[in-house]
Design a protein around this ligand. Sequence first.
Ligand SMILES: [Zn+2]
Length: 454
Amino acid sequence: MSDTQPRLHLHDSRTRNTVPFVPLAPDNVRVYYCGPTVYDLAHIGNLRAMLTADVLVRLLRHLYPRVTYVRNITDVDDKINARAHANGESIADLTARTIRDFHEDLAAVSILPPDVEPRATHHIGEMQDMIARLIETGHAYEAEGHVLFAVASYSSYGALSGRTPDDLIAGARVEVAPYKRDPGDFVLWKPSDDQTPGWDSPWGRGRPGWHIECSAMSQRYLGESFDIHGGGSDLLFPHHENERAQSMCCHPHGHFANHWVHNAMLLVNGEKMSKSLGNFLTVRDVLRDTPAEALRLLLLRAQYRSVLNFTHEGLNEARQMLDRFYRALENLDPMQDAVPAPDNVVQVLCDDLNTPRALAEMHALADAAMAGDSLAAARLKAAGNLLGLLQDTPEAWFRGGAKVDPARIESLIAERLAARRARDFARADEIRNDLAAQGILLEDGPQGTTWRQA
Ligand SMILES: [Zn+2]
């Protein structure tokens, strides 16, 4: 990192402070994010976490020569077993389809893939090694085919989420079971019957608990200590607290994650998203009638630690903002070389990923570009690249939002041209006016007739 570059400050959930980010090894910044449990389509709350990671990793790549970003896939889970059974399909088919859909949805909103995307079922050996070590060191115990982590064995338990053991029990987020020594103890390994996926182990045929997966996969790809661990705030407790307890007890001289990043939740029309309220939105639901960049921009309009309220009005506003940015990009001089991301945009992103301020800087660049400053247009494009926005050409953007089938528009343009050649100007005007009524504007030029969305 050069001296002139702004210094990244990030909020750290563990210390509950915004602090300078200091990588353990500046030549390889290491980041772990909890990925999806693959039994259903990604919803827009999931998307917010994946997008926060994407913006963070894009910024880190801008600031540092190398970033290793690991995001796992949880492909063994009781929710997967139950869904496959309900659908009457195999677990392998369900998980393969869900992973494919997840990748497609993220690519649609320009979320870049991680460097490593480990699957839990490919790392059972590493999980068993960790569990064995936790038993050896007195942090875990076997009971009735289960292996449980003993929370009382780790004095810092609760330090990440700020909860005391009493809160944990009062919150009733723990499953009470007769074989647990303490109600807060959580499962590292559990028995599988013949109908359930399972692997042989020293504790009998079974499958891992969810938390141990991330401890094992982060250690495998990033080491005992790495820079940033992130996820949605719903993962802070118990998932991240438990991951940390397992990893710190296995490697008492490591730090596990140095820095914890959690994004706030997403509301839909002011309420928590839930299937019973009828406001549950998958990424696909939103993208059915909205350009993907508008969804991406809507999510970036709130800083990641603020609660974000998703509304259709907000989505329309995001789309109008993009119309304005693309209008400004029409002033991009094709001879203008690409420029680096503007310092002022990088600077505000380095302030704990302040995306709303970055968008305000982009509006200022758009103003200048629309006043004829082509360098400002190039800088706007570069800022868009850093944020994963403005990835279309203006022409493609203004066409892409069309509700009318492009092939149908082209055939009407051809029909209008034929009408004009036949001097049937009434028909030619009728076609133009009909398209205008549907929001499609025709523009006659020396190269023929083109169209764009109003
Ligand atoms: Zn995790």
